[in-house]
Design a binder for this molecule. Structure first.
Ligand code: GAR
Length: 191
């Protein structure tokens, strides 16, 4: 199966860049149909444009409600014939309606070993709890935050010397590896 990926970002876009690189190096069969940012200031917008992929800003602040925002999002994804939405540092919670419309077609990367540390500030909370391991998870998106079916995870050992910053860096490197492994898995699973 070769997907037309729609990558949704809000910030730096390192996962997004890594997916673009994987398509260019043919590590995965899928293609990046579009990169969409809900944040007009996201660094990832410039980074994606430099790679020559389609980039679209859909700024939620320019819509009076979430339904209009998500309608624009859906319409653009349909226009680009996207069949798998990859959330990659997309920091807006999608509504139940949107998730239902794209049922089983949205995956997300989260910087913890779900179901531990759902939501924000995962690394700070992992350090505070003195966990021995943390990591990252790719999961299908359902109507509850960070709760959909887990596809795969990568583990990171948390050292006594780690702080939230060092843990974030270590996990981000694992995220890049994990996202590509998951895309490869989905491509072969749905062949
Ligand atoms: C990543 O660590 C990702 O797991 C996290 O945001 C970062 C984005 O980095 N996502 C979430 O916290 C989603 N709740 P990137 O923009 O460099 O890919």
């Amino acid at each position: 199966m070769e997907y037309n990926l729609g990558i949704l970002i809000s910030g730096n876009g390192s996962n997004m860049l890594n997916i673009i690189e994987a398509t260019k190096k043919k590590l995965i069969k899928s293609k990046v149909a579009t990169v969409i940012s809900n944040n007009p200031m996201a660094l990832g917008i410039k980074r994606a444009s430099e790679k020559g992929v389609d980039v679209k800003i859909i700024n939620q602040n320019q819509y009076s409600n979430i339904f209009d925002f998500e309608n624009s999002l859906s319409n653009y994804l349909l226009k680009k014939k996207v069949d798998l939405i990859c959330l990659a540092g997309f920091m807006k919670v999608l509504s139940k309606d949107f998730v239902k419309k794209w049922n089983n077609k949205i995956i997300n990367i989260h910087p913890s070993l779900l179901p531990a540390f759902k939501g924000l500030n995962t690394h700070e909370r992992a350090i505070r709890k003195k966990v021995k391991f943390s990591g990252c998870t790719v999961h299908f998106v359902n109507k509850n935050i960070d709760s959909g079916k887990i596809i795969d995870q990568e583990l990171v050992r948390v050292l006594k010397s780690d702080d939230a910053g060092s843990l974030q860096k270590k996990i981000l490197m694992k995220e890049h590896k994990l996202y590509i492994r998951v895309l490869k898995y989905l491509e072969t699973k749905n062949e």
